[in-house]
Design a protein around this ligand. Sequence first.
Ligand SMILES: Nc1ncnc2c1ncn2[C@@H]1O[C@H](COP(=O)(O)OP(=O)(O)OP(=O)(O)O)[C@@H](O)[C@H]1O
Length: 311
Amino acid sequence: MIEIDEITKLYEGTAAVDHVSMTVETGTITVIVGTSGSGKTTLLRMINRLIEPSSGEVRINGEATSALAKHELRRRIGYVIQGDGLFPHYTIAGNIGAVPKLLGWTKDKTRARVDELLDLFSMEPAQFRDRYPAELSGGQQQRVGVARALASRPDLLLMDEPFGALDPIIRARAQADLRHIQRQLGSTIVLVTHDMEEAIHLGDRVAVMDGGKLLQHGTPAEIIAAPATDFVAQMVGGVDRPLRLLSLIPVSEALEDGTADGEPIAPDTSLRDALSLCLWRGVEALPVADGDTPLGRVTLATIRARAAELA
Ligand SMILES: Nc1ncnc2c1ncn2[C@@H]1O[C@H](COP(=O)(O)OP(=O)(O)OP(=O)(O)O)[C@@H](O)[C@H]1O
C-alpha cells in the first residue's frame, strides 16, 4: 500500500501540489488526471523523490520514502516517462535486464526474468532478445520500456503519460496490454495522463487534480456518476457518450451466471440504471430476475467493460 500524506510542493511560495493525500492499494492502477499545469507530474515525482516535497510524506508499506536511500527507492519504484528512450546500443535483453544487473542479480536470474517479461508482452524471446531498439516498431519499443520498468519487480510503477506519443490505435492496444499485464503480475501502478478517457479506461481509481489540489479520488464509475465539482463534471463531459449509450443497452445483454445480494432488477433495466444502482447500493453486482425467476446477475466490472468498448 502506498500512502500519500498531506504532500505539498511550493515553488517560490506558490503551491504546485497543495496538501494532497491519497492511498493506493497494492495491485491496483491509480490514474492521476488533470489539465496542463495542475500538478500531476510534480505529485508523481514526489512519490519517488525525483522532486523533494516541501512538506508531507509518502509511505510504501508503512515505510517513509524519506527514510530510504536513493538506490533502494530506485529498486522499489519503477519509472516510465513518455517516449522514454531505450538504450540504443543495448539489446532488448540488455535494456530489460539493466536494472536487475545494477542490482547484482545473477545472469541466469536476469535472463529468466527478461524472457518471462517478453513472453508476457507477447514478444517471442528467441526472436526479440538479441535485437536492438531500432529494429522494433514504436509499439514494441513502448512495451520494452514498460517491461524494463517492471523487471526488478518494483513495489510500485510510476508512469508519466506513457502512451502520449502513440497513435490512437496503438494506444488503445497499449492500454489493454498494460491492464492485462498488471493483472497478471499484480503490480501497483500510478499513471499520469491529461486524458480522462484513458483514466476511465485504465484506472481502478481515478484522482482528478486541478490547481495543485486533489478534487476527487474514486472509482471511474463514481467519477462519472457523481463528479465532485463542476470542473470534474466538465472533465468527464467528453466521455459521457459511452454512458449515454449504456442507457440504450438492457441488462439482459450483459447477464452472467451467479447471484448477488439485494432486490433483483428486471432484465429490461438499462445498463446505465444498473450502474447507478450499483453505486447507490455500494455493491459490485446486482441480481437480475424476471418476476420470480432468477436469471443471473450483472456486475460493475461488466458494465465498465461495456462502457470501455463504447468509448
Ligand atoms: N521547477 C519548477 N519551478 C517552478 N514552477 C514549477 C516547476 N515545476 C513545475 N512548476 C509549476 O508547477 C505547476 C504544476 O506543474 P506540473 O508539471 O506538475 O503540472 P502537470 O499537471 O504535470 O502539467 P503537464 O500536463 O503540462 O505536464 C505548474 O504551474 C508549473 O509551472
